[in-house]
Design a protein. Structure first.
Length: 452
């Protein structure tokens, strides 16, 4: 019997998926799951969307997502219209009715150390296992500590199903590789997929699956533990280099050097890529991945001194920037001072506030005795994490009216055109280095530059 070629097998898989014979269940329709589901809907597959949130499921049934990601609403709506998008609240039934299961739930963090909480992953793995069939393919997508797939997920799947990974079903770890605001583009066009598995059969099955939607191809990794570490290395690299930029920016302030000019010159050398400093590092990725490395390193008794020090440097930036900003007040009684913070999102032009450094900025201002704090963000309407005494507004005039100090914390594009016309007599501290200091004669300071 002649063996099918790889291209023939991939073509056959594509036909089965577009015909609905091979359905994909996406567990978790959040920042990762929603765009992943959208990509498969755009491909033409039949997708089953699963989420524990009734509100998320209700939105999905209407062709909407709570995640403001370009292209997701359109993909959901088209999938519903073509009857290729089914919404389940029964996680076990979703597993029974699908051949491919993608676990896209988040790995939560615990405490200030941001230790990993695998509770959601375990819960979904248990449900998937109860509906698992011979020949099914399970994919774990979130960023996790090395060893999670092999030591946590696979045992749960095998226990619940009575089946064995690699022998009876395929187990794949393929980390999400997306940047908020362009997630669909990243998956389809920008990055190759990282694919690893419980064995060579699982790796090959995963590679065939992901080659259907990743135009940049697939990179096979020999085992799941290595692939899990690969994803964390991406975040650690950025965190360490941001810490270096923060350290150099503070150094330049002390010795009278304009960091931004020095950075631009240095980065003209092809082997140099100094990152941007800032008021802090936020989001569910960059500040978290190093902690997963450190968590695993502590268990293995491995030294990760640079990673640990970089985290400390970046965590110190909100307090440092608030101190620099308050130095601009020049005699104003702090208990009577009004402060406007520009930006609640963890980075510019997104609405995601997870682990935003702005929360730390607020805490530091309160510790310094500031009583009236206003927060402006053009993309965040409400936030349950803010205490009642904090004013959150999307009206810049309301935020800036009569304040004594303005702290720019998020690099939204809207803020780049800010001038003294809007800020009035208030002192201005630019915690992202995006403002033109010449537009703020008087009390102005920017990270990486001396006070003017």
């Amino acid at each position: 019997m002649k063996r099918k070629s790889s291209s023939s097998a991939i073509s056959g898989l594509a036909k089965k998926m577009k015909s609905g014979k091979v359905k994909i269940a996406i567990y978790g329709l959040g920042h990762v799951g929603a765009p992943i589901a959208s990509v498969w809907l755009r491909f033409g597959a039949h997708v089953i969307g699963v989420d524990k949130s009734p509100a998320v499921l209700e939105n999905a049934r209407k062709g909407r997502t709570h995640v403001p990601e370009p292209g997701v609403n359109e993909a959901f709506a088209k999938g519903l219209k073509q009857k290729r998008f089914s919404i389940y609240d029964d996680a076990v039934k979703a597993s029974q009715d699908s051949r491919v299961k993608m676990i896209c739930v988040p790995v939560l963090t615990v405490g200030q150390s941001l230790s990993p909480d695998l509770g959601a992953v375990k819960q979904v793995a248990s449900s998937v296992g109860k509906g698992l069939k011979r020949g099914d393919l399970v994919v774990l997508n979130p960023s996790v500590p090395p060893g999670t797939s092999e030591d946590v997920v696979v045992p749960i799947l095998e226990k619940e199903s009575g089946l064995k990974a690699e022998a009876d079903f395929f187990m794949v770890y393929s980390p999400e590789r997306i940047y908020e605001g362009r997630a669909i583009e990243d998956i389809e066009l920008r990055y190759p997929a990282i694919v690893s598995g419980a064995g060579s059969k699982s790796v090959d099955a995963g590679a065939k699956l992901f080659s259907l939607v990743f135009k940049r191809g697939v990179i096979k990794i020999t085992n799941m533990r290595t692939a899990e570490a690969e994803k964390l290395l991406e975040g650690v690299y950025r965190d360490v280099n941001i810490a270096l930029a923060n350290e150099m920016a503070r150094f330049c302030e002390k010795v009278g050097v304009n960091f931004w000019e020095a950075r631009e010159g240095a980065n003209s050398q092809p082997f140099c890529n100094i990152h941007k400093p800032g008021v802090g590092v936020g989001g569910a990725c960059i500040p978290v991945y190093p902690q997963f490395i450190l968590y695993t390193a502590d268990i293995a008794k491995a030294e990760c001194n640079i990673t640990r020090l970089s985290r400390n440097v970046n965590d110190s930036m909100p307090a440092y920037c608030v101190s620099q900003a308050l130095n601009l007040l020049d005699g104003v009684v702090r208990s009577e001072c009004k402060v406007a913070i520009l930006g609640l999102a963890f980075r510019g032009d997104v609405s995601d506030t997870r682990l935003s450094p702005t929360y730390r900025v607020i805490d530091e201002l309160k510790n310094a005795g500031i009583r009236e704090i206003r927060v402006h963000d053009p993309m965040v309407k409400s936030d349950a994490a803010l205490t009642e005494d904090i004013i959150l507004t999307q009206d810049l005039r309301v935020a800036l009216n009569g304040v004594d100090l303005v702290i720019l914390a998020t690099d939204h594009k809207q803020y780049r055109k800010l001038s003294k016309r809007e800020t009035g007599d208030a002192a201005v501290y630019d915690g992202r280095g995006i403002l033109d200091g010449t537009k703020f004669p008087g009390r102005f300071a920017s990270i990486g530059q001396q006070r003017t």
